[in-house]
Ligand binder design. Structure first.
Ligand SMILES: Nc1ncnc2c1ncn2[C@@H]1O[C@H](COP(=O)(O)OP(=O)(O)O)[C@@H](O)[C@H]1O
Ligand SMILES: [Mg+2]
Length: 264
């Protein structure tokens, strides 16, 4: 009797440089927006020109976490058909630019597919004058999230060690792969109790991806749980500015350094 032969998981390719990075998750509240901001600030510190785009259409809050009062935002772009460049706000303390969204806007949340395609086209054109474009996406796997994610060079999937977050991260990867043709997923374990715990959480997700999807998304980074994160959000300041030496900042810098090292 011959044992059933499972197809071999594909070997992990050498991660390519991601210029346009989507930050996604299955579950909400895992720290996407916080990470997108912290990463933008860290990459700017490494002398990159960074554009942070609030792609959580309908529930935007990058501007809130930064205490920004943008003169224009995505809502104005869509409602008044204005050029996307007119919504760029410089966030001087962090040294990066932001395109803010607008929370509670039906027109944005329900943006038609072709209008969203145009918006993404314009964003990528604008992105040509930056070293890095970071898209902070909404939670879940619905159309607008998948559509924006597909336009990025790769997707950082954020999870925590909670079973619900892990299950939803797996579901996001599965649907992104099978429904949207996204192939470059990288994992960030956030709010880890320790680096070792984060590695174990990554291992759990990796094994599910290997067994059922035959892919091996690499680990992009582990960010430890740190009370200074909440403090910096309350103070509407990136953690790297308010607490430059805390564990969360150290871990975000390590992630940024890895991404920055792949610059051409
Ligand atoms: N590394 C961390 N340590 C402690 N708390 C964190 C960490 N990352 C995120 N948080 C908490 O998680 C909350 C949700 O973060 P947020 O970025 O709004 O999530 P999402 O965008 O995924 O919905 C934040 O308000 C913050 O208090
Ligand atoms: Mg968010």
């Amino acid at each position: 009797m011959t044992a059933a032969v499972l197809p071999k998981p594909q070997p992990a390719a050498v991660p390519k440089r991601l210029k346009v990075i989507a930050i996604a998750s299955g579950k909400g509240g895992v720290g996407k927006t916080w990470l997108a901001i912290a990463l933008a600030q860290a990459l700017a510190k490494f002398k990159e020109r960074v554009l942070l785009f609030d792609g959580d259409l309908g529930l935007a809050n990058v501007d809130i976490q930064l205490g920004l009062m943008p003169r224009s935002d995505l809502g104005a772009i869509v409602e008044q058909n204005r050029p996307i460049a007119s919504a760029v706000t410089a966030y001087a303390p962090g040294g990066f630019d932001v395109i803010a969204g607008r929370a509670g806007t039906v027109a944005l949340a329900a943006l038609a597919g072709d209008r969203l395609t145009r918006l993404a086209d314009d964003l990528l054109t604008l992105g040509e004058s930056y070293d890095r474009v970071i898209l902070d996406l909404g939670a879940g796997v619905e159309r607008t999230v998948r559509q924006l994610c597909r336009r990025a060079d790769g997707c950082i999937v954020v999870t925590t060690d909670e079973p619900t977050a892990l299950t939803d991260a797996y579901a996001f990867i599965k649907l992104g792969l099978t429904q949207a043709g996204i192939t470059d997923f990288r994992i960030v374990v956030n709010m880890a109790g320790s680096i070792g715990e984060g590695e174990r959480t990554y291992g759990t997700l990796l094994r599910a991806c290997q067994s059922f999807l035959k892919i091996e998304p690499p680990l992009a980074g582990i960010i430890r749980r740190d009370a200074r994160v909440k403090d910096s959000i309350r103070a509407q300041t990136p953690v790297g500015i308010r607490h430059p030496d805390c564990p969360a900042t150290t871990d975000v810098l390590a992630l940024a350094r890895k991404l920055n090292a792949l610059r051409p």
